[in-house]
Design a protein around this ligand. Structure first.
Ligand code: CA
Length: 229
């Protein structure tokens, strides 16, 4: 079932939108405050977001920009602001559609369906979001195989990247050098477990502010390594 988030402070409008969407088989959540709406839109994976512009806490333009920094979820702005400039601004920051109040609920439902269908076509055509792991200042783009620390890209060799990604994907799990070697170098006969130590050292030099006080990859003496979250 498609999940839709409505960020709207006028409860009569939010309820009207919800009723129509539920009748069409959608699962609907309402947020009436801008800030909590933005947080919810980012934390949970909704299939589509219906966004008001004038909201307490945070306005719809700001919410839309925040969502776009993280996600490609379709956004339909539904607002009492009729000016073309608002429409242009809304679409310019990544909204997919703009409807003005008062609106016809069945038209809203039709547009929701059209955007969901379009989004599905795009994603199934392979235009997908990159798979990203983000932990504090560290960002690993698994799809593009790139690593950033506080926004700055660092160059990683294939094995360094594989090792860091494996640890970051399994945080708080202590791995011995043998286990890591097997995991990352399994099919290659060259090297031994000292290779793991060398690679950990190189990774730390790239991602840690202080290699003697690592914030990400922790040494568990006598056992191995653990990625801290
Ligand atoms: Ca409003």
């Amino acid at each position: 079932m498609n999940k839709i988030l409505i960020i709207e402070d006028e409860s009569s409008i939010a309820e009207l939108e919800k009723d129509y969407l539920e009748l069409s088989g959608f699962e609907v959540t309402i947020e009436s405050d801008g800030s909590s709406g933005a947080a919810h839109a980012i934390d949970e994976d909704f299939d589509l977001i219906i966004l008001d512009l004038m909201l307490p806490g945070m306005d719809g333009f700001e919410i839309c920009s925040l969502i776009r920094e993280k996600k490609n979820t379709p956004v339909i702005i539904v607002s009492a602001k009729k000016d073309d400039i608002d429409k242009i601004r809304g679409l310019g920051i990544g909204a997919d559609d703009y409807m003005t109040k008062p609106f016809s609920p069945s038209e809203l439902v039709a547009r929701v369906k059209a955007h969901l269908a379009r989004y599905k076509r795009l994603t199934s055509a392979g235009i997908q979001e990159n798979e990203i792991i983000e932990i504090r200042g560290l960002k690993i783009d698994k799809t593009a195989r790139r690593v950033y620390i506080n926004g700055e890209e660092k160059n990683f060799t294939t094995k360094e990247f594989d090792l860091l990604t494996f640890l970051a994907q399994n945080p708080n799990h202590v791995y011995s050098k043998e286990e890591l070697f097997k995991e990352i170098w399994e099919l290659e006969s060259v090297g031994d477990i000292a290779t793991v130590t060398v690679h950990i050292k190189k990774i730390r030099e790239k991602i840690e502010e202080s290699t003697s006080k690592p914030q990400y990859i922790e040494t568990i003496w006598g056992v191995g390594y653990r990625f801290k979250v």
